[in-house]
Ligand binder design. Structure first.
Ligand code: LUZ
Ligand code: MOS
Length: 766
């Protein structure tokens, strides 16, 4: 059968994205008119110059919305089109349609606000907190008695840690095409991780039942969480345009519009306190996380608990009190980003350990080793850890890296090189797999075996370059006993599998793969039952493999039939060749009142060791080596998993060291294009040495483990490796735990121009 692998087409540049699709006749292009400052009000719009540009120009505002002007899900606080007031810079005020994209953009630029006035803006989450401006009530998790435990500690240190946000930089910006439908509804092609979520929002905005809105997602050119919830607004704008004009409408954001108007990783500012005994065992930990939620709720209430669940990192801590605050500011609503609050939590506990190691005079690697999670340890939310691989991955990583010889070599290097210093850090990871919102842990699949023996698979999973389609094809091929090339994974559509969850939380293959496996197994059983009846054989003796049917006690006799011939006969015999299946992750429970339960199906473990060389005259640095030992379970597709491990690490390292997402105190994003926002590239990355530890995981499909997010955490080692080198250069140097550690910051610390007072002051958004 012919190869139809997406990834080969993709490598050849033949796959199409939203903006590559053939344009329908009569297409209108959309652009947006957005707010000019962080907070303000307006009386109306002057459209005269825009409308005078061309007869095709149409401008739609909130008054043109037939349904609800509302994009919010957890909290209804986010209008699609601002009415009278705006709450962040780049908020959409009007939708502009025209016969060409450049015309639409020129028309948008010609719109003027009438009666506009700026209002005071808040960009710092601590300021919002002090004013009591929280989007929802804080959440606190408690275990043991941290206050009492601090009194018994040999050492207690406290401090502050700040982490900046991060731009997703999916290569394909946000986009959608909407087509009016002769049923009175709309059909959409949307670049979204969650087609059902888009369907629901479009239906709400247009005032339609969900069955009149069909959403299809073929693939995305990257998403990283940025299209989990935030694809909906752009799709709904296109849908509004199509509904109002009864013409097809395409929206596809310019990079600057995308960077200005879409959410990013949440900046956090946090306070911590950690207490240890004289052997360096952590006895107590407390933290307050001031999440900069931005101007609307978005997914923030699901992100805060992931921060809290990961507050202890990969360590066992017997007494914990951690609190998360959703602070409303006048910045773009921050949203899901690979790791989903986890990285922010990990940075704080690592900062606390770093400070404690210095105070104890203990090797930071040794301090971490002593506190690693062990089998049966109970987490601070009451979940016993099973199948713990924290120590195993840690020790393997250290052995692979040749620690402590590597440490000794670095010390020797630093002794003999006055203008260049090396540093090292380890970063152990333990990451919980499942959506933090329990109802989201469900998925469905629909499989058709066509009567020539070829197979089509639909699930709720969306392909964003992460390779979920390859995993699904393999899972179904195995279950049916056919080759992977006989299986096509269909584009994701709300009309084939309904009520799906976004492909997120690293669970795409876990949940949809399990549903697909169940559906494929159902068809396989029907085929075997049919074969047994028609060939008068015991069904238990029959198997399907390699595209053939065998009677197993006598394999030497060769195959009885090809899969395709069996399918053709079953079709003749009126056997149903299609099956739908549903999967809901078992064993999850959580009590929000007590903050106790089992929110995760399992955890992913791993460890990275990273080294860096800092040029202490120029502040420049180069990461040298990264050694990672990562817990993949039995990998369904080792190449896909390796790509995810390396890519996630690069993204984490970018966040920790390089990417400088900064807003000024007027809420303006200072780097809003790819010529000014730096990203990791091949030169930035160290040599990579990845070991996949493939222990069978009974909690997920085919004994595998989720892979998308956990390795991002390894990048946090970048911050601490540079800090290690800086301390070699300037013994006793005091560092603010302020991420990212850019070259600019390194130089400031080395010259003393940057006083380590923390990033409060004018640096908004931190
Ligand atoms: N999305 C979500 C996520 O809705 N819930 C989660 O727990 C999650 N975790 C990671 C990434 N996306
Ligand atoms: Mo999520 S950060 O969309 O997995």
């Amino acid at each position: 059968m012919k190869h139809n692998f997406d990834f080969i087409q993709n490598l050849l540049g033949r796959t199409v994205y939203i903006d590559d699709l053939p344009e329908p006749a009569n297409l209108l292009h959309a652009a947006v008119f957005t707010s000019p400052s962080a907070h303000g009000s307006f009386a109306g719009l002057d459209l005269s110059a825009a409308l005078a540009l061309d007869p095709t120009v149409r401008v739609l505002t909130a008054a043109d919305i037939p349904g609800q002007n509302q994009l919010g899900t957890a909290v209804l606080d986010e209008p699609m089109l601002a009415e009278g007031v705006w709450h962040f810079r780049g908020q959409v005020i009007a939708l502009v349609l025209a016969g060409s994209r450049s015309l639409a953009r020129r028309a948008a630029a010609a719109i003027k606000l009438v009666g506009a006035a700026d209002r005071p803006a808040v960009t710092d989450p601590r300021v919002a907190f002090a004013r009591g401006d929280l989007i929802l009530k804080p959440r606190t998790q408690r275990w043991g008695d941290s206050a009492a435990a601090f009194a018994l500690c040999h050492l207690v240190v406290s401090g502050r840690a700040d982490s900046a946000g991060q731009e997703h930089v999916y290569l394909e910006t946000q986009g959608a095409i909407a087509l009016p439908d002769d049923s009175g509804g709309v059909r959409l092609m949307s670049g979204t991780q969650g087609p059902s979520g888009v369907q629901k929002i479009v239906a709400r905005v247009l005032g339609l039942p969900m069955n009149l809105v069909e959403v299809e997602t073929r693939r995305m050119g990257g998403a990283f969480g940025g299209k989990e919830d935030q694809a909906s607004g752009w799709a709904a704008l296109a849908a509004l345009g199509a509904f109002a004009t009864q013409r097809p409408v395409k929206i596809y954001l310019s990079r600057r519009d995308d960077m200005t108007s879409t959410g990013k990783r949440h900046p956090y500012s946090s306070d911590f306190r950690i207490g240890l005994d004289k052997d360096g065992k952590i006895l107590a930990f407390e933290a307050d996380y001031y999440q900069n939620s931005g101007a609307a709720c978005d997914l923030s209430p699901a992100i805060i608990p992931r921060t809290l669940f990961h507050a202890a990192g990969a360590y066992h801590i017997p007494n914990v009190r951690v609190t998360g605050y959703l602070c409303r500011t006048n910045l773009v609503p921050f949203t899901a980003f690979r790791g989903f609050g986890g990285p922010q939590g990990f940075f704080v506990i690592e900062a606390a350990l770093d400070k404690a190691a210095a105070a104890l005079g203990l090797d930071p690697v040794e301090l971490r080793r002593r506190n690693l999670l062990r089998e049966g340890d109970v987490s601070h939310y009451g979940m016993p850890h099973e199948g713990v691989l924290a120590t195993e991955t840690f020790e393997r990583c250290l052995a692979r890296a040749g620690y402590p010889e590597r440490r000794a070599a670095i010390q020797e290097y630093n002794r003999t090189n006055p203008a260049s210093k090396r540093g090292l850090a380890v970063m152990p990871v333990c990451f919980g797999i499942s959506f933090t919102k329990m109802m989201m842990n469900q998925g469905g699949a629909l499989i058709h075996v066509y009567n020539d023996g070829s197979v089509g698979v639909s699930t709720g999973a969306t392909e964003m370059g992460q390779g979920v389609s390859r995993k699904l094809a393999l899972i179904v091929a195995r279950a049916l006993g056919v080759s992977q090339t006989a299986v096509r994974v269909e584009s994701t559509r709300t009309t084939t599998v309904a009520n799906t969850m976004p492909t997120a939380a690293s669970t795409g293959a876990d949940i949809n793969g399990m549903a697909a496996q169940l559906a494929a197994t159902e068809i396989r059983q029907r085929l075997l039952a049919f074969a047994a009846a028609s060939l008068q054989l015991d069904p238990a003796s029959l198997t399907l493999r390699d595209g053939q049917l065998f009677a197993d006690p006598e394999p030497a006799a060769g195959p009885l039939l090809s899969f395709a011939a069996l399918v053709a006969k079953a079709y003749e015999g009126r056997v149903d060749l299609s099956a739908h299946a549903f999967f809901a992750t078992p064993g999850l429970h959580y009590d929000l009142a007590t903050e106790r339960g089992c929110p995760f199906a399992y955890h992913v473990y791993g460890c990275a060791l990273l080294t860096v060389t800092v040029d202490t005259l120029r502040g420049r640095y180069q990461f040298d080596d990264a050694i990672m030992v990562h817990d993949t379970g039995v990998s369904i597709d080792p190449l896909v998993d390796l790509g995810q491990i390396e890519g996630a690490f690069a993204q984490g390292l970018g966040w920790a060291a390089l990417e400088d997402l900064r807003f000024d105190d007027k809420g303006r994003l200072l780097a809003d294009t790819l010529s000014t926002y730096k990203l990791p590239d091949g030169h930035f990355m160290p040599r990579l040495d990845v070991e996949m530890l493939q222990r069978p995981n009974p909690k997920a499909v085919a004994n595998s483990k989720a892979v998308g997010e956990p390795p991002l955490m390894y990048g946090i080692a970048g911050w601490f490796a540079i800090a290690d080198a800086l301390r070699a250069a300037r013994p006793g140097l005091e560092l603010a735990y302020d991420l990212p550690m850019t070259c600019e910051k390194v130089l400031g610390l080395l010259t003393g121009d940057l006083v380590p007072a923390g990033p409060s002051g004018g640096e908004a958004g931190r």
